[in-house]
Write a protein that binds this ligand. Structure first.
Ligand code: GDP
Length: 376
């Protein structure tokens, strides 16, 4: 009698993350128990857990695989939609994209616009987005602002996508956590094409392999995996701490009137020393849940030594020891135009530019600190 062979790796893909489904190894991407193989659509155990229990089992894609996928885009005739997180622009920038896309047009999408404070001029933000892209060597055909989660700007996005793609495929690219999966879910819903739901989570690395979603004209929308941008502070934090620093609602700017010789702590993740300059407002744009402490610069070392992980949290308690050591960035903010001091992954602090300001910013090593033209 012929023995029945049960396939260990299948040719089916998880509708959550796009990875190939397998039944062999629980620790590897795409695992489902054999009993779940009959389901249609099929979702891997990892995505299932994220979806239903908000639990994460990290699986990584290595950079080579990712580059291979990106490299392939240049050889296609397609529209490339690049998604960035407007709240963490620096940390969510996909480097090297101009090299990979060839002559394909790029539509730049700034997601999470719902987090920006009320009453801001979105046209300005859009121009700012174009400007920052240009500074990084990218010349998008257009730049749009959306909120994938709240459904803001999606109609306009679909129209622009339709115009720019003509009869081409669409590749959606972005680093992890910019909201790419959430956006694709939106697009799918608004195309009315499918009941598929792609897994979303606040943790990096949810989308594992590329996934193709058919469009009505026979073309496809390709979801590429997000690569981890190692500048992102999220990679140094526990899931609980990451949730705390990730804004989940519109950010309320907080204004601190500082004299030089004062320090602001953003939780225990960043310390901003105002070393020299005139009395002026520091406007802080970070998650509303992140506690800010003001102290004298002269007391800052001691406060940090004594209270890091407690009063100054996140990182909370033991997670402190997983952080890289702090490094110091000396900055001069010139008088003139308003400027933002950006701490990648946390947010930014605006100075009005009325006076020059000398600062020292301490953050875990590897976290990017920079100065940019003010967003707001
Ligand atoms: P991906 O890794 O780029 O696919 O990102 P996900 O779609 O998994 O989203 C990452 C995190 O960002 C999740 O916590 C989402 O809830 C959140 N997110 C996605 N889109 C938006 C948005 O438009 N606004 C806000 N505030 N959060 C969003």
């Amino acid at each position: 009698m012929e023995e029945q062979v049960v396939a260990e790796s299948t040719d089916r893909q998880c509708v959550g993350c796009g990875v190939q489904i397998q039944t062999e190894d629980k620790g590897k991407p795409g695992y489902v128990p054999r009993s779940a193989l009959e389901r249609d659509p099929i979702i891997c155990q990892r995505c299932f857990r994220i979806k239903h229990y908000n639990e994460v089992a990290p699986v990584s894609m290595d950079d080579d695989d990712f580059l291979r996928i990106l490299n392939g885009i240049g050889a296609t005739d397609s529209l490339v939609v690049m998604v960035v997180d407007i709240f963490d622009f620096q940390g969510s920038w996909l480097r090297g994209l101009p090299r990979f896309v060839g002559s394909n047009p790029i539509l730049l999408v700034g997601n999470k616009v719902d987090l920006l404070p009320r009453n801001i001029n979105l046209n300005r933000v859009r121009n700012w987005l174009q400007h920052e892209a240009k500074e990084r060597g990218l010349r998008p055909a257009d730049a749009l602002l959306v909120s994938a989660e709240k459904g803001i700007g999606i109609d306009e996005l679909l129209i622009r996508m339709g115009e720019l793609r003509g009869l081409r495929d669409v590749y959606i690219v972005g680093v992890t956590n910019v909201g790419k999966s959430t956006l694709i879910n939106r697009i799918i819903h608004d195309y009315g094409a499918s009941e598929l739901d792609i897994t979303t989570s606040p943790f990096p690395g949810t989308t594992l392999d590329k996934i193709e979603i058919p469009l009505e004209d026979g073309r496809v929308l390709v979801d590429t995996p997000g690569i981890i941008n190692r500048d992102q502070i999220g990679h140094m934090l526990t899931p609980g701490d990451l949730r705390l620093i990730t804004p989940s609602a519109r950010v309320n700017p907080k204004v601190y009137q500082l004299n030089d010789g004062q320090t602001l702590f953003l939780g225990g993740l960043a310390r901003i020393d105002y070393v020299r300059g005139d009395h002026q407002p520091f406007i802080v744009y970070v998650s509303n849940r992140l506690k800010i402490h003001r102290t004298k610069l002269a007391n800052a070392d001691q406060l940090m030594a004594k209270h890091h992980g407690e009063l100054l949290a996140p990182p909370s308690g033991d997670a402190r020891s997983d952080l890289p050591p702090f490094s110091r960035h000396a900055l001069k903010v010139e008088a003139g135009e308003p400027r933002d001091i950006v701490i990648s992954g946390l947010g930014w602090i605006s100075l009005t530019g009325k006076e020059a300001a000398y600062l020292e910013v301490h953050v875990p090593r590897g976290v990017h600190v920079g100065i940019r033209k003010a967003l707001i």
